[in-house]
Design a protein around this ligand. Structure first.
Ligand code: HEC
Length: 254
């Protein structure tokens, strides 16, 4: 039999146990990716007041908006399901009128107590406290977007986490038959470039809100590469026969 590269084995040359390992890994990574998409959607959709996820939503999430507050952004977006429309209108009206403290005690506090305090009582350091006038007023200041500390924290989590995911993904995909090999390498490299671009774009969007599209573009690049590697790997693990002819071709081109 022709020797391809010493390190190249097609899935069909691996024992069943390894193909099972690859398959299990792909399935759980795939489900994980779906949950990540749901998380992104629910955290950002609707911030601009319109349903669905848009470049505008991303811009607001990272760089804030000059004419609205974080509280309003949350009430229109991720927290919109927490209270009925009329109460939401009451709260937003109160914010726009200038955060009157007496009105807060009379009309607004009961809404927060009933709808928000269960989670926003100040006991969880990652969720802003809405327990009292000053706490609420702080959230109702002009929205400057995600703060630098949060960005730095999420950056390192993303860099470490995604590198693991795409290393495992690329390692599995590297055993697929795919030519030309340079395209295969581009597919493997793309998500790593996208990770760096994605994280850089969070900071860039904070400085120049017009760059929010880069966040979306790099996310799309990452997702496309993930989907591509997933489908090709899964298909070839179970259904693809690596022929003697392909083996011969690979022996000369890899
Ligand atoms: C079931 C729990 C829960 C309830 C009820 C809830 N929230 Fe939240 N809220 C959260 C969590 C969790 C976060 C943090 C989410 C994140 O950072 O992505 C959050 C974040 C926020 C933020 C910060 C958003 C930002 O962009 O930093 C605001 C403002 C907020 N909520 C307002 C409210 C208001 C107003 C209510 C009541 C109408 C409410 N929440 C009810 C769980 C809740």
């Amino acid at each position: 039999m022709v020797q391809v590269h010493r390190m190249f084995f097609h899935y069909s040359e691996f024992p069943l146990s390894m193909r099972t390992l690859f398959t299990g890994t792909l399935i759980v990574l795939g489900i994980g990716y779906l949950f990540a998409m749901i998380q992104i959607y629910s955290a950002h959709a609707g911030r601009d007041g319109k349903p669905g996820l848009s470049v505008e939503d991303i811009r607001i999430a990272y760089s804030g908006q000059k004419d609205a507050t974080k509280l309003e952004g949350a009430l229109m977006g991720p927290m919109s399901g927490m209270l009925p429309l009329n109460e939401r209108g009451d709260v937003i009206g109160w914010v726009r009128r200038g955060l009157d403290e007496k009105e807060y005690e009379d009309r607004i506090r009961p809404i927060f107590d009933k709808r928000c305090i269960a989670c926003h009582d100040g006991s969880n350091p990652h969720i802003p406290s809405l327990n009292g006038y000053h706490e609420v007023a702080e959230e109702a200041e002009i929205d400057t977007g995600m703060d630098l500390f949060t960005l730095v924290r999420v950056s390192h989590i993303h860099m470490f986490g995604l590198t693991f995911i795409f290393f495992i993904m690329g390692l599995i995909f590297s055993h697929a038959f795919f030519r030309p090999v340079w395209i295969k390498s581009v597919v493997i490299a793309a998500p790593f470039a996208a990770i760096v671009l994605d994280i850089a774009s969070w900071y860039l969007t904070k400085l120049a809100p017009g760059l929010a599209w880069i966040v979306i573009a790099s996310g799309a690049l990452m997702g496309t590469s993930f989907a591509f590697q997933w489908v090709v790997s899964m298909y070839q693990i179970w259904f693809y026969k690596y022929s003697a002819r392909e083996r011969e071709l690979d022996a000369t081109t890899i």
